[in-house]
Design a protein around this ligand. Structure first.
Ligand code: NAP
Length: 337
């Protein structure tokens, strides 16, 4: 039997694809930019498997136009770019890369919390631009004052893998932790993390720093709208390393301009890449990073390894280890036979 064909929409770090090559005929899109939707459609039609990124739109049209397609291995934990319901109906397995990117994303979240609270990026610009030199003084009691993190209240929206990893790190800063999630943790888990459940409105009203860790779903899209941003404490900080469309960016810009919020830090945006003329880029009290939550060599390599594990398990007729649409097994058995 000829090897099944897998189309990989970008080069991946490490040697995971070599491993995949023992079972699949691997075709890699080797350009830096994502393939167009039309190109992806053309490749999907000829493929038995796809390796996708969050920038690849895998809609029902694409799935229905690709009768050979059996598995979509997403190189990310989030899969809001894929029509999961449609994939399941057509017996197409969808896998993701949970867990392996949790710590890296929690680290980035903390880097952003501290950068926003202590004005790190603004301070760096102050030094480089010569503004510090122009002041003629090396140290002043009110130069670049920020917000103390130690002992403050941290509000975590979405207490899953990453939310909990962020909470664990907050212990080192002696923080009070409030969390909101659709599901409450067990009493033991709450105790271990030192976290208290709060309805969203109370979390927003009481937190000095609010950080978002939910997936993007119809329920979370626009969750942080104008009204909820207004519910946040005056002088608070908003951090988003989840998905851009969870926050109303225009409302956030307004709240920052008016001084309702002290600062914000964003790794994700409704449109990526963020156009450089977007009003948010003009604000000094905002830290912006280009969707780099999982961007360490170690994590991106582990993500590729997990993609390979999923593809190889599927090839062998096994249920892939991190299957998203678990009900698909009732529609079709794993494997290509
Ligand atoms: P996770 O373990 O599934 O955690 C998400 C949590 O949010 C779960 O507890 C989930 O509850 C909860 N949730 C779902 N809908 C909600 C709602 N409407 N309101 C409140 N809570 C809700 O996922 P994770 O691994 O922590 O990742 C979280 C998200 O981070 C991913 O989906 C991805 O979009 C984003 N991410 C971004 C980067 C980056 O590069 N910036 C990197 C990694 C991940 P249930 O389990 O009950 O649904």
């Amino acid at each position: 039997m000829a090897k099944p064909r897998v189309f990989v929409t970008r080069e991946l770090p490490g040697d995971a694809l070599k491993r995949v090559g023992e079972y699949y005929d691997v075709v890699v899109w080797d350009k830096y930019q994502a393939p167009s939707y039309e190109k992806l459609l053309e490749e999907a039609k000829r493929s038995d498997a796809l390796v996708t990124l969050l920038t690849d739109r895998v809609d029902c049209n694409l799935i229905e136009s690709s009768p050979r397609l059996r598995i979509i291995a997403q190189y990310a934990v989030g899969y809001d770019n894929i029509d999961i319901g449609c994939a399941t109906r057509h017996g197409v397995y969808v896998t993701n890369t949970p867990g392996v990117l949790t710590e890296a994303t929690a680290d980035l979240t903390w880097a952003l919390i501290l950068a926003a609270a202590r004005r790190i990026v603004e301070a760096d610009r102050f030094v480089r631009s010569g503004e510090w030199y122009k002041t003629g003084t090396g140290w002043h009691p009110t130069m670049m004052l920020g917000i103390e993190v130690n002992g403050k209240t941290l509000g975590i929206i979405g207490m899953g893998r990453i939310g909990r990893a962020v909470a664990r790190r907050a212990k080192g800063f002696n923080m009070r932790i409030l969390y909101y999630d659709v599901r409450r943790l067990s009493e033991d888990e709450e105790k271990e993390l030192g976290a208290e459940y709060a309805p969203l409105e109370r979390l927003l009203a009481e937190s000095d720093i609010v950080t978002i860790h939910t997936p993007l779903t119809p329920e979370t899209e626009g969750l942080m709208n104008r009204e909820r941003i207004r519910m946040m404490k005056k002088g608070a900080i908003l951090v988003n390393t989840a998905r851009g469309r969870i926050v109303d960016l225009d409302a956030l810009v307004e709240a920052l301009k008016e001084g309702h919020l002290a600062a914000a830090a964003l790794d994700v945006f409704p449109q990526e890449p963020l156009p450089p003329d977007h009003p948010i880029t003009k604000l000094d009290n905002v830290v912006l990073t280009p969707h780099i939550g999982s961007a360490t060599w170690e994590t991106r390599t582990k993500m590729a390894d997990l993609v390979a594990d999923n593809l190889i398990a599927f090839y062998k007729g096994e249920v892939p280890p991190t299957l998203v649409n678990k009900e698909v097994v009732k529609v079709r058995k794993p494997g290509f036979s």
